[in-house]
Design a protein around this ligand. Structure first.
Ligand SMILES: [Cu+2]
Length: 240
């Protein structure tokens, strides 16, 4: 049984893990100290013959201390998180030359929308894939995340990436994966009775594999094929 997170496979994964373990250690120490004191005082001040309860006003000094120390700790955590947060979430700092794709979340599936060969999303040969997001390895990918109905949350644990999808908004996010493979994509926001069905995969290809996959899809989508033929060309991917 693995108690820790599975290894990250994105470029910013190690930075997220560093923050995660700093917070885990701090909260872990606080947890053990408070639980130890709780049990210690339970035993020390247990009921005993002849001992009565006494009124105490408390200690102003202790109260200032246990307010100020957590305040400083939380402030420190915010300051060391800020650069990482900006790197991941600030669109002004997104990497250039990213591959762009749109993902629409809806009850209860993910729809990845790919641009046509001319780079436009409403081209004749643009295409969609359900519950499978194909991307290239070692290249930044920008996902424009949308929702068709309620709030969903795009969560790929191995990328250390989570982003809410809000109806009426297109929210950009980015990642760059360092290892080809298939990684679980889940919806991390309870979005209705079928919430559990929103488990997709992010399939990370080598560059050549990705180009070949895309060329195949573009060919299937364009060239005047009918909707049915188009759907058949995608079976196996959409069987969820
Ligand atoms: Cu959802």
């Amino acid at each position: 049984m693995n108690w820790l997170l599975e290894p990250s496979v994105s470029t910013f994964g190690p930075e997220i893990d560093r923050l995660y373990y700093i917070i885990l250690v701090i909260t872990g120490i606080v947890f053990f100290i408070t639980q130890f004191l709780l049990v210690y005082f339970l035993i020390k001040y247990r009921k005993r013959e002849g001992r009565t309860a006494a009124y105490t006003h408390g200690s102003t000094r202790a109260e200032i201390l246990w307010t100020a120390v957590p305040f400083v700790v939380v402030l420190m955590l915010a300051l060391i998180s800020k650069p990482v947060w900006d790197e991941i979430k600030d669109p002004a700092l997104f990497p250039e030359d990213a591959y762009e794709v749109t993902v629409v979340a809806r009850q209860f599936e993910w729809e990845a929308q790919y641009a046509g060969s001319n780079g436009e999303f409403d081209a004749d040969d643009s295409f969609t894939v359900l519950n499978r997001l194909h991307v290239p390895v070692n290249q930044p990918v920008i996902v424009h995340l949308e929702s068709a109905d309620v709030i969903h949350s795009f969560f790929v644990p191995r990328f250390r990436l989570k982003q809410d999808a809000l109806p009426g908004r297109s929210i950009p996010m980015w990642f760059e994966v360092t290892e080809p493979g298939e990684y679980e994509l889940g919806c991390a926001e309870l979005c209705g009775l079928g919430h559990y069905r929103m488990d997709g995969l992010v399939i990370v290809h080598t560059e050549e594999e990705f180009e070949a996959w895309k060329a195949e899809r573009l060919a299937a989508a364009g060239g005047g094929v009918t909707g049915t033929e188009r759907a058949q060309a995608m079976t196996g991917e959409e069987s969820r």
